[in-house]
Ligand binder design. Structure first.
Ligand SMILES: Nc1ncnc2c1ncn2[C@@H]1O[C@H](COP(=O)(O)OP(=O)(O)OP(=O)(O)O)[C@@H](O)[C@H]1O
Ligand SMILES: [Mg+2]
Length: 456
């Protein structure tokens, strides 16, 4: 094992933290281990200081300049010491992890944590989801697929930080295990999964969906109905003789008359239903969506439809899949919602929000898993975010988003503004402690690099 230093006692070590004089290479965030009676005490480097007794007093620089005190360069260099502060995480003893209950003895050697120690501490699983490598350690981070997917995942980060790429990695991992992945794709970034996996690409409005197979909320949100228009629509829904838009139109006419709705209200509702027909939304055309093992379905949401209709379509697809899963008509699946802020606005009514909340809250019981990716944290539905058991946080610079994430990621959140692309802070149920992971390379190419701005 690589020795990186020796425990010192200038501040006496406690069971929760200690200092060591650095001899090797260690940086904040690195994991180290010290042998103690109960096993290997694992700690994380919280900070490193460089000290030099010759330069420890103020005024010394002026004295140097005046030639009053002149340590040689060699003396200066040899007086330099680097002291690391480490925070204890746990004691690994065989395969079990105890809380940190023993301080290390001063004079003990500190080692870079061994792969098997870290694997035990973090609860990594052999053959698990290959997310990437532990940053600066190289250890393969393989996450227990049950814990990762069953409890949903949020991928967060500024634009260009690697969210879609990471979603692609997660989709690949699901597909490798035979778990069907459905990807809500706004930018045509995911069809490249077809280089290695079975992929079906469908336009969102070519998935067979009719009013009767979704909730009236989807129709109301898609067409931005007012409250009174919604009232009429809900009554018409109960009254409709069949599942189609035409059945709904006829029912609307009947109930408007029966309950004395104003003519303008009826006309407004009919106009909206016809608008859906023109946009070919909820017309019942196309193939019904049934998932099959190991297959990806890439749902193209970039159809240029109004936001309400796009959200309603995405929501209706999530709803259809979840209800199908609940009824045992669909296999367990992974639903990936990239650009999730568009589907999960915090302060707006949206059917996509209701549907994704349903999957987030109830999916665990039925094997319906969710990955949401967003460049915003503020403005994203808190319900869904809090249901995501694992947070994969990439580079993020917005102070308001960072402030929001701080309670979830603790002081590690301060690392986020300077992370390189593709490096993520992973925290939550899938890892024992927050860790920095260099997300692995894709097995298929990433479809989202964007067109070059300048031709060469
Ligand atoms: N783990 C990684 N390894 C190698 N390259 C990566 C990795 N993650 C991201 N990249 C590269 O960084 C660029 C941006 O990544 P990506 O498209 O995933 O960003 P994004 O966060 O989804 O951005 P946006 O918010 O604009 O959609 C891509 O060109 C991609 O190839
Ligand atoms: Mg993206």
């Amino acid at each position: 094992m690589d020795s990186v230093g020796i425990v010192i006692a200038r501040r006496p070590p406690s069971e929760s933290s200690f200092e060591f004089e650095l001899e090797g290479d260690a940086a904040p965030g690195d994991f180290v281990e010290v042998p103690v009676e109960a096993g290997a005490l694992v700690a994380r480097v919280a900070g490193v200081r460089v000290e030099n007794q010759y330069l420890a007093e103020s005024g010394v620089v002026r004295e140097l300049r005046l030639g009053l005190r002149m340590p040689s360069a060699a003396a200066l260099a040899s007086a330099e010491v680097r002291v690391a502060r480490a925070e204890a995480l746990g004691i690994v003893s065989g395969a079990s992890v105890l809380p940190p209950i023993q301080p290390p003895s001063p004079g003990s050697r500190v080692y870079r944590a061994a792969p098997e120690t870290l694997r035990a501490l973090l609860g990594l699983a052999e053959g698990g989801v290959e997310l990437g490598r532990l940053w600066r350690h190289g250890l393969e981070v393989e996450l227990d697929p049950e814990r990762l997917f069953r409890h949903h995942v949020a991928v967060l980060g500024s634009t260009g930080s690697g969210k879609s790429y990471t979603c692609g990695v997660l989709a690949e991992e699901a597909l490798e295990r035979g778990l069907p992945a459905v990807i809500l794709d706004f930018h045509g970034e995911y069809a490249t999964l077809g280089e290695r996996y079975r992929v079906r690409s469908v336009k969102a409005n070519r998935v067979k969906l009719e009013p009767g197979s979704v909730s009236p909320d989807a129709i109301a949100d898609a067409t931005e109905m007012t409250d009174v228009q919604r009232d009429l629509l809900y009554l018409a829904f109960d009254e409709a003789e069949g599942p189609s838009l035409e059945d709904l139109e006829r029912a609307a006419e009947r109930v408007a008359e029966r309950y004395g709705f104003k003519r303008e209200t009826l006309l407004a509702v009919l106009r909206r239903l016809r608008m859906l027909k023109a946009q070919r939304v909820f017309t019942g055309e196309g193939e019904p969506l049934y998932l099959s093992e190991g297959e990806a379905v890439v749902v193209d949401l970039g159809l240029g439809l109004p936001g309400g209709a796009t959200r309603a379509l995405a929501g209706a697809i999530a709803w259809w899949l979840f209800e199908g899963r609940r009824a045992g008509e669909q296999p367990p699946f992974l639903l990936v919602a990239d650009e999730a802020h568009r589907l999960l606005p915090q302060d707006e009514q949206a059917f996509s929000k209701a549907a994704l909340r349903l999957v987030a809250r109830e999916g665990r019981k039925f094997g319906a898993s969710l990955v949401v990716a967003s460049q915003r944290v503020v403005g994203l539905d808190k319900d869904v975010l809090s249901q995501c058991g694992t947070k994969i946080a990439l580079r993020m610079d917005s102070p308001t988003d960072l402030a929001m994430l701080k309670p979830l990621l603790g002081r590690h959140a301060r690392l986020l503004p300077r992370l390189p692309t593709g490096v993520a802070l992973v925290a939550g149920v899938a890892v024992g402690y927050p860790v920095l992971v260099e997300v692995r390379k894709r097995r298929t190419s990433h479809g989202g690099s964007g067109a070059p701005l300048f031709a060469r």
